[in-house]
Design a protein around this ligand. Structure first.
Ligand code: NAP
Length: 250
């Protein structure tokens, strides 16, 4: 079950960044690729460049998603649509931003898997690729986004158990910082956005992430690439911090 055995793929969040790179990669390998996102103009350009089939859809619209995803019978789902609203803090987060991040990154991702699995199981072949994040594996002072990607991590682990014996493979991709428009969509305040975006390092590209997905898809049938963590060489995670607090008098 390598890429050449798969015939079709569905990529959410295909209008930019990682999703667009995955669509280009899979189209170049001869698959029929369904590209899903909200921005029609971007999808039109992508279709012209790659030959993919486009679907303008908000993945939080469960009914529309169920209708489309349930009817396609794809071999591969790349569950990639995601946002980082309220990424900076839960304490002063706008409730609507919390709902958007959880609705897009978690609820929609669950429904996407739920709607494509029946036909994969029936055909005894399929591959779920969940785009998580290092934020789902390590604490990065990002409660909302970290919670959403932590859910993707446990979703991926649990799916492996739930799908045991079906032949359907599950891969979690956990990138560190990738050079995309992610923070433009995540943060409205220009100064704060600038602070998040200007890392001064060489970031991973969308094509690097797409290549890691192709690696997982291209493995022989008996190999399930369960998780790929890819981080910029110049970015690290984890530390020990000490913050003295003046406690109550004893
Ligand atoms: N960039 C990073 O540093 C980084 C690191 C680790 C993980 N990730 C993850 O990688 C994935 C892709 O992000 P990216 O970096 O490529 O960001 P991006 O360039 O901002 O792309 C996000 C994609 O998600 C789509 N999307 C957002 N909300 C949607 C909705 N409700 N319905 C349908 N599509 C929706 C956007 O399309 P429309 O706006 O046209 O709908 C866009 O195509 C996300 O899951 C993100 O959490 C990113």
């Amino acid at each position: 079950m390598t890429i050449s055995d798969y015939e079709s793929a569905l990529v959410t969040g295909a209008s930019a960044g990682i999703g667009a790179a995955v669509v280009s990669d899979l189209c170049a390998r001869g698959l029929t690729v369904h590209a899903v996102a909200r921005r029609q103009d971007r999808l039109v350009d992508l279709a012209a460049a790659t030959g993919c089939t486009t679907h303008v859809l908000d993945v939080r619209d469960t009914v529309a998603m169920e209708e489309l995803f349930g009817s396609l019978g794809v071999d591969i789902l790349v569950n990639n649509a995601g946002v980082g609203r309220a990424i900076q803090s839960l304490t002063d987060a706008d409730p609507a931003d919390v709902d958007q991040t959880i609705g897009t990154n978690v609820t929609a991702a669950l429904h996407a898997v739920r709607t494509v699995l029946p036909s994969m199981i029936e055909r005894g072949r399929g591959h779920i690729v969940n785009v998580g994040s290092v934020a789902g594996l390590y604490p990065l002072t990002s409660g909302v986004y970290g919670a959403s990607k932590g859910a993707i991590h446990l979703l991926s682990l649990n799916l492996r158990l739930e799908l045991a014996g079906t032949g359907v493979r599950v891969t979690e991709i956990c990138p560190g910082r990738v050079a995309t428009e992610f923070y433009d969509a995540a943060i409205d305040d220009p100064d704060l956005r600038h602070r998040f975006k200007e890392t001064g390092i060489t970031e991973i590209t969308s094509e690097d992430v797409a290549a890691s997905i192709s690696y997982a898809l291209d493995a022989p049938w008996y190999v399930n690439v369960a998780r790929v963590e890819l981080q910029p060489t110049e970015q690290t995670y984890g530390s020990v911090n000490f913050h003295p607090v003046e406690g109550p008098e004893q």
